[in-house]
Design a binder for this molecule. Structure first.
Ligand SMILES: [Zn+2]
Ligand SMILES: [Zn+2]
Length: 239
């Protein structure tokens, strides 16, 4: 088994709230400098910068897992991760059709830049990416599974856009094998207060939107190999 330091929740300049310096090139190289083994790019409701980030990862020598932070119809953020770019992009195309057709207002929300792997701008996403998709939290795990991926509730300790802030607790029918806490959260509090967390794997990631919010590696997983496939299998509980 390999001990791998991870950060599985990072936003690029494609997220309107992500800094324009958070390009695929910059964020992957920053992760490499910090000494991460595996990271995931999880922009709001899109995977359109994942291909470039994976390319930088291949050049830099760090595994980049394609992902998305999906906003469910209940306004719950969920991290969705995929074993391949192809599956992530197919999922991304599907989710695009579930978003309301609201245009981004750059002056209010920020730019949504689609970048290549060398800091070149390929284009801009027109539809606002921080809205809620029409996919519900209970429908999401099986939908993500159809694309070979895994999903789990993001930052459940936050007061907004979290499963606990939106629903008060995990829904009884929610089929997930893990959940995310912010690096600062008191793990014991959540394990004691919410019984649904029992037996689930805890993932702790930065949710960085700025290069300066990326942090020293602290959390690790032990995987059979350093690959997106091995990570997805592990998170699904299929080690
Ligand atoms: Zn979030
Ligand atoms: Zn996020």
């Amino acid at each position: 088994m390999m001990k791998l330091y991870y950060d599985l929740h990072l936003h690029s300049c494609l997220s309107p709230c992500g800094d324009n310096d958070m390009t695929p090139y910059n964020l992957v190289n920053m992760a490499k400098i910090f000494g991460y083994d595996v990271i995931a790019l999880t922009d709001h409701n899109t995977c359109k910068n994942c291909g470039s980030a994976i390319k930088v990862g291949e050049q830099t020598g760090i595994t980049v897992v394609p992902g998305m932070e999906l906003c469910t119809s209940e306004e719950i953020h969920c991290v969705c991760l995929f074993p391949s770019l192809k599956s992530a992009e197919a999922f991304s195309d599907h989710i695009y059709g579930t978003l309301p057709p609201i245009k981004n207002k750059e002056k209010i929300f920020g730019e949504q830049l689609i970048m290549d792997s060398e800091d070149g701008i390929l284009g801009k996403e027109e539809i606002l990416l921080t809205t809620a998709s029409s996919v519900s939290i209970d429908a999401l795990p099986s939908l993500v599974d159809e694309y070979g991926g895994v999903c789990y509730p993001a930052h459940i300790d936050r007061n907004s856009y979290s499963i606990i802030s939106s629903l008060g607790d995990f829904s009884p029918d929610l089929k997930v094998s893990c959940f995310e806490l912010t690096p600062q959260a008191d793990e014991r509090h959540y394990l004691e207060k919410y019984t649904a967390t029992k037996g689930k794997l805890i993932i702790r990631s930065s949710d960085a939107h700025y290069l300066e919010n990326m942090r020293e590696p602290e959390f690790y997983l032990e995987l059979r190999e350093n690959s997106a496939e091995a990570l997805i299998d592990y998170l699904k509980g299929e080690v």
